[in-house]
Write a protein that binds this ligand. Structure first.
Ligand code: HEC
Length: 156
């Protein structure tokens, strides 16, 4: 009870504060011209975008590890083919060539942390819109499993 009263109290302060803010928007228009400038977001090169999630740094060996790729292919068959076809768009995008469009960290984070990515990463938000709001499913892969799938993607 006490808590909810407090919440209402805080809420009403908020409302009053907001109201105050609105009425003060009649200030010098010269100061408001600075605002849009600082709000412009720089477009990030997708290849430099590592996304958000557990993977912060990942360097791929130039040589594809065939053992990892084979394990990855198996995991992919079981966990991903409901929505992904290797070389053509399906419910989700085709993974073929994904590493020419995305950084390895980004792809790993998309597999391991799709919910966080969609909330906080601009490229993931864009992708979700491209796929009409149908989200990438978290398949609860371990980091090792995700890494194997990534190696498989390199063979496509
Ligand atoms: C229930 C459907 C579904 C399943 C299962 C699924 N995905 Fe996805 N995935 C999507 C959709 C839809 C998108 C695009 C929309 C988005 O990302 O929000 C996507 C996007 C991706 C992307 C980003 C691709 C790009 O071009 O940027 C990767 C990588 C990915 N998925 C990997 C996987 C892997 C690996 C698995 C299996 C472990 C998997 N997905 C399972 C639906 C799914």
């Amino acid at each position: 009870m006490k808590k909810s009263l407090l919440a209402i109290f805080i809420l009403s302060i908020g409302l009053v504060a907001c109201g105050g803010g609105d009425s003060s928007s009649t200030t010098d228009p010269a100061t408001s011209t600075e605002k849009p400038q600082s709000m412009i977001k720089k477009a990030v090169d997708p290849m430099l975008d590592k996304g958000v999630g557990p993977i912060t740094s990942l360097t791929l060996d130039p040589v594809i590890n065939q053992e990892m790729a084979a394990r990855g292919a198996e995991i992919y068959q079981k966990m991903c083919t409901a929505c992904h076809k290797p070389t053509e768009r399906f419910i989700g995008p085709a993974p073929k060539g994904v590493l020419t469009r995305r950084s390895p960290e980004w792809v790993m984070n998309m597999i391991l942390n799709p919910d966080g990515m969609v909330k906080e990463n601009d490229q993931a938000k864009k992708l979700l819109m491209e796929f009409n709001g149908s989200p990438m499913a978290n398949q609860n892969l371990t980091e090792t499993e995700a890494r194997d799938v990534l190696e498989y993607f390199r063979t496509l």
